[in-house]
Design a protein around this ligand. Structure first.
Ligand code: SF4
Length: 186
C-alpha cells in the first residue's frame, strides 16, 4: 500500500476517491481550502469531512490557518480573475495554492519522519467541473519542486463521479451546490 497525502476539498468528493484508492493506497487527508466562502460553509464542509474520516478511521491533517486572513490572501492571489469562468485562470491559481500547501506539508513531514508519504495527490479531479489535465500538470510541476511524486488522475472517469454520489448518499454526507468561492457561488 502506498502512503498518500491526499488533498480534500469536501467529504462527498473524498468519499468517492477513497473508494477508488482503497485497494492500493493508505490515505491521510489534508484540509487546506481558504477558497471556500463564507466561513460558515468552510467550517461546515470541514466538520463533515472530519466526521466522515472519523467513521472510516482515516487521519486528517489540518492546514493550521486563520480563515479570515487566509481567505484575504486567497482573494489577493486570484485578483483580476474574479470573473473568469470555472476551469479558467482563477481555478488554475486556486488548484495551485492548495496543491502546493499539500506538497509542502508532505515534504515537511517526510523531512522529520522519513517515508511517511510516498506521494501526494488531490481528489479535485472527481468533479465534472474540474479540469483534470490542468490539475495533473500543476501537481506534477509542484511534485518536482518538493521531490515528491504526484498521483496524476482523473477520478471522474469510469463513472467516478456517479459512484461518488452513491457512496456519499450511503454515508448521508452533506453535498454543497457550488464549488467553493464567492464567484462560483454567484
Ligand atoms: S470555482 Fe472552485 S476551483 Fe475555481 S476558484 Fe472558485 S473555489 Fe477555486
Amino acid at each position: 500500500m502506498k502512503k498518500i497525502l491526499l488533498h480534500s476539498c469536501c467529504a462527498p468528493c473524498t468519499a468517492g476517491v477513497i473508494e477508488q484508492l482503497k485497494d492500493d493506497f493508505e490515505p491521510t487527508l489534508f484540509w487546506y481550502n481558504p477558497n471556500i466562502f463564507p466561513q460558515s460553509e468552510h467550517d461546515r464542509r470541514l466538520n463533515e469531512l472530519l466526521n466522515f474520516a472519523d467513521d472510516l478511521g482515516i487521519k486528517v491533517l489540518y492546514g493550521d490557518y486563520d480563515y479570515q486572513s487566509e481567505h484575504k490572501f486567497w482573494l489577493k492571489k486570484i485578483a483580476g480573475f474574479e470573473d473568469e469562468p470555472e476551469r479558467g485562470r482563477r481555478c488554475e491559481i486556486c488548484y495551485r495554492l492548495r496543491l502546493e500547501a499539500t506538497a509542502e506539508m508532505a515534504a515537511a513531514i517526510n523531512k522529520y519522519h522519513p517515508d511517511s508519504f510516498d506521494l501526494f495527490g488531490a481528489e479535485l479531479s472527481i468533479s465534472p467541473h474540474k479540469d483534470s489535465e490542468m490539475i495533473n500538470i500543476i501537481g506534477e510541476k509542484i511534485g518536482k519542486k518538493y521531490h515528491l511524486n504526484f498521483l496524476s488522475a482523473n477520478f471522474k472517469q469510469n463513472d467516478g463521479f456517479k459512484k461518488s454520489l452513491e457512496v456519499s448518499k450511503s454515508h448521508n454526507l452533506y453535498r454543497q451546490n457550488y464549488c467553493g468561492c464567492e464567484f462560483s457561488r454567484k
